[in-house]
Ligand binder design. Structure first.
Ligand code: FAD
Length: 513
């Protein structure tokens, strides 16, 4: 294969054929194209000590979703006369080795702004450049390039949605793959290539423990799902995020495209322009921040702030995060994580997270507020870790950004506004259908007690075959008292933050004068 030019397309996120500039560039003028995915032990190595089956970073639902996305990508590549070459190991090492082994002259991959990816990709870029290999790494995971937005804002990320919106215009249009066949794969040599594995080949043990999510991975599934949403033009045009029903589970109130956006089975730009197309066909439509386009802009907002904020995923050393003396209480954390808080609304959402890997945005609000500033006063980083493992759409920038938000550590500061763990759900679902579905032990509790089952008379509990304190836990805290205490502690912490911030400013003033 000495003649002609060889290129390597390294898939990580961006698991799609549509709107894939890196793939297009890899195919252009190449004799051979090697499409590669590397299974990274950092994300995938089994961790028997984790609180549920999977790796330390990911639960089985997300791993399964990834494998389905890879299988789908492989089959699309087959349709284009190619295939997905799967490897296992430290991705930087594997890629550098393959560049040599296959005489690669052009390496293409989608840019990724997460700290872990930046380090990994930096190593590969350095090594490739030293060998004179062309590296093409376009920003196509987000609508805009976070670095551009930060530069436009004078070197700092915009810290409010409104200021973000003012900086960005329209994102680039998606690109089309104008090929019916990709360049063929060249000689492979003795390189250890695998095919896309099945989940039971990866060593996670008894995988039946966790119910699998109803959402299937892959670009083909995503396109079906997207088209279904877009077909209902009125729904798209009238979409208002805060008005959605978090308890709707048979037909969720939002698109459930987040897992596909996370892995890049769906291009956010393609989605954006599809929405603009629908808006063009209707009389009127909603606008950001509440519209569907507005949701995509939230995504880009968090990507931009996350990219431009050192230690974004921590309280300490994070300049946009209030320093709050959260409790280190493992008992409360475990009660929350194991869906044993005794508040059916909270526990049912946790069960949905564990079994589906997805919940409505306002349901996520409820869980996050309850764990942190609302009731338990547990550190947001602990809750973030649980979401990070269990969500299929688990996304470094968006997850951390929203935990900062919900814990009133950044972006949002009205700590007096606390969700009630019983009346918030009741407003949407007075009969408690959501609770009954995800917590079947409560299914025969009459509706007047379904959100506060400990208030049901013992005779009622007996009849419903659910004794509170035995079959289902009593509340871990009394919401009235706990939330009052939380407000007090938040008030104190904010006062300390104000005075230390003030002290810093005056010290700077002294230095300057
Ligand atoms: P839709 O309402 O249909 O929105 C379309 C797309 O817009 C979403 O797929 C998502 O990519 C984006 N989007 C929507 N809401 C937000 C938001 N608030 N911030 C940023 N982008 C948004 N979303 C993730 O994708 N990954 C996460 O790890 C994640 N963690 C969260 C943690 C907490 C504590 C909270 C409160 C929210 C979190 N979200 C996260 C944001 C949001 O809840 C989900 O994006 C949304 O519920 C996904 O469902 P959907 O695709 O049906 O959303």
């Amino acid at each position: 294969t000495a003649m002609g030019s060889n290129s390597l397309m390294w898939f990580r996120k961006g698991l799609r054929i549509h709107d894939n500039p890196a793939l297009l560039h890899a195919a252009k003028d190449s004799t051979h194209l090697y499409p590669v995915f590397v299974i990274d032990p950092h994300f995938m190595a089994p961790d028997p000590a984790a609180f549920s089956p999977g790796s330390s970073k990911a639960g089985l639902n997300r791993i399964q979703f990834l494998l389905e996305s890879l299988a789908d990508l492989d089959s699309s590549l087959n349709g284009l006369g190619s295939r997905l070459l799967v490897f296992e190991g430290d991705p930087a090492e594997v890629i550098v080795r393959l560049l040599k082994e296959w005489n690669i002259e052009k390496l293409c991959f989608e840019s990724d702004t997460e700290p872990y990816s930046q380090l990994r990709d930096g190593r590969v870029k350095d090594s490739a450049s030293k060998s004179g290999i062309e590296v093409f790494s376009p920003v196509t995971h987000t609508l805009f390039d976070p670095a551009d937005v930060i530069q436009k804002n004078g070197g700092k990320p915009p810290l409010s949605y409104q200021s973000f919106i003012k900086l960005v215009g329209q994102p680039p249009m998606p690109v089309e793959l104008n090929l019916t066949r990709l360049p063929v794969i060249g000689t492979l040599g003795d390189c250890g290539v695998l095919s896309v594995p099945k989940i039971d080949e990866l060593g996670y043990g008894d995988i039946k423990q966790e119910g699998f999510s109803p959402f299937r991975g892959g670009e083909s599934e995503e396109l079906k799902r997207l088209m279904k949403s877009l077909d209902d033009k009125e729904w798209v045009a009238n979409f208002e995020k805060p008005k959605g029903d978090p308890s709707a589970f048979l037909k969720p109130a939002t698109t459930v495209l987040s897992p596909y956006l996370k892995f890049g089975c769906l291009s956010s730009r393609y989605f954006y322009w599809c929405l603009q197309d629908v808006y063009g066909k209707v009389k009127r439509h909603t606008s950001p921040p509440v519209s569907l386009v507005g949701q995509l802009l939230w995504r880009d907002f968090f990507y931009t702030v996350a990219f431009g904020t050192p230690n974004f995923d921590r309280m300490e050393g994070n300049r946009i995060c209030k320093q709050i003396p959260w409790k280190d209480d493992d008992k409360l954390l475990v009660a929350w994580r194991e869906a044993r808080t005794g508040y059916p609304w909270i526990d049912a959402i946790m069960v949905q997270l564990k079994s589906w890997g997805w919940m409505h945005h306002l349901a996520r609000h409820s869980l996050a507020c309850f764990l942190t500033r609302g009731d338990l006063f547990v550190h947001w980083e602990k809750g973030r870790d649980v979401f990070e493992r269990l969500l299929i759409d688990s996304d470094w920038a968006i997850n951390n950004g929203n935990w900062l938000w919900l814990s009133c550590s950044s972006f949002f500061y009205q700590y007096n506004r606390i969700y009630s763990p019983s009346s918030f759900g009741k407003k949407y679902d007075p009969n408690g259908n959501f609770v009954r579905h995800f917590l079947p032990i409560l299914k025969d509790i009459p509706k007047e007690f379904i959100y506060e089952p400990w208030t049901a008379p013992l005779s009622v509990q007996r009849k419903a075959k659910c004794i509170i304190g035995k079959d289902y836990p009593k509340p871990v805290v009394a919401h009235d008292l706990a939330s009052k205490e939380c407000r007090r502690k938040m008030g104190e912490a904010y006062a300390v933050n104000r005075s230390t911030a003030g002290a810093k400013t005056s010290a700077e003033g002294v230095l300057q004068s």
